[in-house]
Design a protein around this ligand. Sequence first.
Ligand SMILES: *Cc1c(COP(=O)(O)O)cnc(C)c1O
Length: 434
Amino acid sequence: MRDGSVDPRRRVPRTDTLLADPRLAAAVATLGRDRVKAAVVHAQERARRGEIAPDEVRDAALAGLPAPGPRTVLNATGVVLHTNLGRAPLSPTAVAAVAAATGHTDVELDLRTGRRARRGRDALDALAAAVPAAAAVHVVNNGAAALVLAATALAAGREIVVSRGELVEIGDGFRLPDLLESTGARLREVGTTNRTTLDDYAAAVGPQTGFVLKVHPSNFQITGFTSATPVRQLATLDVPVVADIGSGLLAPDPLLPDEPDAAGTLRAGAALVTASGDKLLGGPQAGLLLGDATLVERLRRHPLARALRVDKLTLAALAATLHRPDTPTRTALHADPAALRRRVELLRDRLGADGRKAEVVPAVAVVGGGGAPGVELDSWVLSLPERYAVPLRTGDQPVLGRVVRGRLLLDLRCVPVDADEAVLAAVLRVPGDD
Ligand SMILES: *Cc1c(COP(=O)(O)O)cnc(C)c1O
């Protein structure tokens, strides 16, 4: 109770009026009416007791709601790197590192000397150690930023020589050619959609060339009468080769034989490799640049580098991911199909007597998110009637599967084992009247 400052005759706002307030109405849309109404009623009670003024009720109700932010979803789509679901989930080690980095840290300070130090050196040292073939490394905001920085620093006002078969669209309408031209570099397209030879590149390379760009077709495949020129051959040209490998695989993975890795690409002669941090590396959103020391230094010293600088939380997550590469992404990728089968069979057996028309069937999962477009991962899924899809997606704990021919398929490959109970509970919350 405040000391008489609240006039009890002033009226506490009505529930309907409060729920019509734009911010509370927005909260109803994301959190549900019951949740928001409970916070409103609680705030009204405090006003009636005189603890807050009537005109403070709205803010008190808002303060009683969980902070706005993304909802945690269970990825049962069978797509390991789903861009719409935030690509790679961070490992517990990375999460702990992020939490530790939230306050004041030595991100740019050497505690022994008390002097300014290279920003994010833990992450940079870990990246350099993971890829000894790289003489130097740099980290920016994402894969696109790595390309923009390379194009700006090495080819603005000059030409980037690139195959017509590698002018790719990443997704959401973003096209690499547009991105590169926005830097002031000119694209010199060579070859054809399906075939580009070393001679095509050689004929285009000249005094105007900033670099030759090799882009990994990470989200599509061209098959049939095709021929691409490997980095090893491009490296014989008298200009730097920049290779956008996309996925961030640092070393080869036998499961993904066609996916280029940073170490192998540098050994093949690329001057610079660019990649994403939140694809197959399984880390935070980041753009990795690895390669020749002089080129990396030019990028680091370019004024644009400051605008693409990564946050201290990203650096912490990246360092931790490189330190412990057994990420959830790797676990999902290498999941044993027999173990996946046992997990979904257990769920089916626990669904009750009617079984909810659930079946356990073999299926195929994919890497997704700009990686290994042709690779099929053997999986087993819990197949439910399609009508489960919407309630599972919109429930208290959203579970996302994929709908195929009238069935909702739930693939546990990307669901942490300790979340199987949550999947089961979510399915059981859907009324089972069929
Ligand atoms: C994913 C991808 C990009 C873009 O990387 P972001 O981290 O999403 O910015 C660029 N090139 C290739 C080949 C990719 O696969």
